[in-house]
Design a protein around this ligand. Structure first.
Ligand code: GDP
Length: 442
């Protein structure tokens, strides 16, 4: 989970603050020490942390905050605002050229995810109604050109290449001509990377830049490399000049420091984040939503967008009604699991829900392969059992396990998961009601 350690630590710190009716300057300072340590452990740049803590402390020890009725909440609100500012305040979009084609040049070190991300970005733009062309300029990494063709084929996006014997500058120029001729309104240039930044790489990129005048130079960096990612961004920005960053592998075991430092260090925004290996796993980056996620306030907006993109609206409405009226049963559970499967790994979705702790998340971990077994178990139940799982006592559990070719433990586990989901949904729907009444944090 993105920011797992950081989110947990910050949430624990703030839980303590929220519990207090009154806060002293000392309380705030103690909390800020904890926040500082948590950020440093998350591999956030030291200078960035220092500035950030100073700002929050100054704002938090003002009279309005400490003497308010809800000082703890006020401090969290300030942290939320400052975290959002740290990551760039608002979403930074691609600047499309007024006269197409828009030329996007992807740069970065080898293995950062450039080629994959080129495809993912093309896929996103295609969904927006654009007609992208991928141009293969990585003539050094063996198989990079083939990889781009494979990606393009999967997404049904054309790929322009000239093999690995032609100068990348010429390939880029020819690619742009090709796009003009065939009506592609966005050109995504996949450039070569190296294991480390070297002069030759930079010279080649500078050449391409000066010859094709890209509208956007986006640097692809691997979030797992933490501080190194930030250093790479700083170097690329000072030597080549970049317009934004795409941070990949945020789904991995990253501490998240890069996401929090890149903007402050380079003054360039993160435009997209890579959240998995699938070609649909690229998302626009929203600083405010990310801050909410870190503070355990959930990311309902992203969840809704994901849902809208992949769920059946009618079924969703029906489900929503059932959740509200507490009629949600095992049949719905099965249907919901299947629909959610379309949206990506379940754990990724659940972590967007507000108020779901990491512990709850771990209890809920549902392996996507397990779905098949879950389906079998539910199908071995009678309609009455599905509607009213509380009647499923020991003998029924044995029968269901036998019928589905699973074990009683597995049946028990499923029933427990169902109860937890139901509880979580109630939490979710209560919170939504709370928000409608005027909001918790605003
Ligand atoms: P390039 O050398 O920069 O072109 O890197 P590639 O596009 O070949 O990517 C390197 C590896 O990173 C591949 O195995 C990709 O599947 C993987 N990758 C790229 N983006 C992501 C991401 O957001 N999440 C995960 N988990 N893997 C990614």
């Amino acid at each position: 989970m993105i920011f797992e350690g950081l989110a947990e630590k910050l949430q624990n710190t703030f839980k303590k603050l929220k519990g207090k009716g009154k806060l002293s300057e000392k309380d705030v300072k103690a909390a800020m020490r904890e926040v500082k340590l948590a950020l440093l452990e998350a591999d956030v740049n030291y200078k960035v942390v220092k500035n950030f803590i100073n700002k929050i402390t100054q704002r938090s020890i003002g009279h309005e905050v400490l003497e308010s009725l809800t000082p703890g909440q006020q401090v969290i609100k300030i942290v939320n605002e400052e975290l959002t500012n740290l990551m760039g305040t608002t979403q930074s979009k691609i600047n499309f050229a007024s006269k197409p084609p828009t030329i996007i040049m992807l740069v970065g070190l080898q293995g950062a995810g450039k080629t994959t991300t080129g495809g993912k970005l093309g896929g996103l733009l295609k969904k927006m109604g654009k007609r992208p062309l991928l141009v293969a300029c990585d003539v050094y990494r063996p198989a990079a050109i083939k990889q781009l063709h494979v990606v393009g084929e999967k997404l049904d996006i054309p790929v322009f290449s000239m093999g690995d014997k032609v100068n990348p500058v010429n390939i880029a120029k020819a690619g742009i001509e090709h796009a003009k001729k065939y009506g592609n309104d966005v050109v995504i240039i996949d450039t070569a990377g190296r294991l480390h930044i070297d002069e030759k790489l930079m010279d080649e990129l500078k050449n391409i830049k000066s010859e094709v005048n890209p509208h956007e130079i986006l640097l692809v960096v691997d979030a797992m490399t933490g501080q190194d990612a930030v250093n790479v961004a700083e170097t690329f920005n000072s030597q080549l000049g970049i317009d934004g960053v795409i941070l990949t592998k945020l789904d991995g075991d990253t501490r998240g420091g890069a996401a929090l430092s890149v903007r402050a260090v380079t003054d360039k925004p993160i435009k997209y984040i890579g959240v998995g290996e699938k070609l649909s796993d690229l998302e626009p980056f929203y600083p405010d939503r990310m801050a909410s996620r870190i503070l355990g306030m959930g990311d309902i907006l992203s969840l809704i967008e994901k849902a809208q993109a992949s769920l059946d609206e009618k079924k969703l409405k029906n489900l929503e009604k059932k959740i509200r009226t507490q009629e949600f049963n095992l049949e719905d559970f099965l249907e919901q699991l299947e629909q959610m499967k379309n949206m990506g790994p379940l754990s990724q979705l659940i972590e967007m829900l507000p108020g779901v702790s990491n512990k709850q998340l771990k209890n809920l971990q549902i392996d996507d392969k397990e779905l098949v077994r879950i389906e079998a178990i539910i199908q071995s139940m009678t309609p009455e059992e599905r509607r009213n799982p509380s009647i499923i006592k020991a003998s029924r559990r044995k029968r269901i396990a036998k019928g589905s070719g699973t074990s009683v433990q597995e049946v028990n586990k499923l029933l427990k998961q169902f109860e937890q989901t139901k509880k979580m949904m109630k939490q979710f729907s209560d919170m939504e009601k709370g928000l409608k009444k005027g909001g918790r944090f605003k």
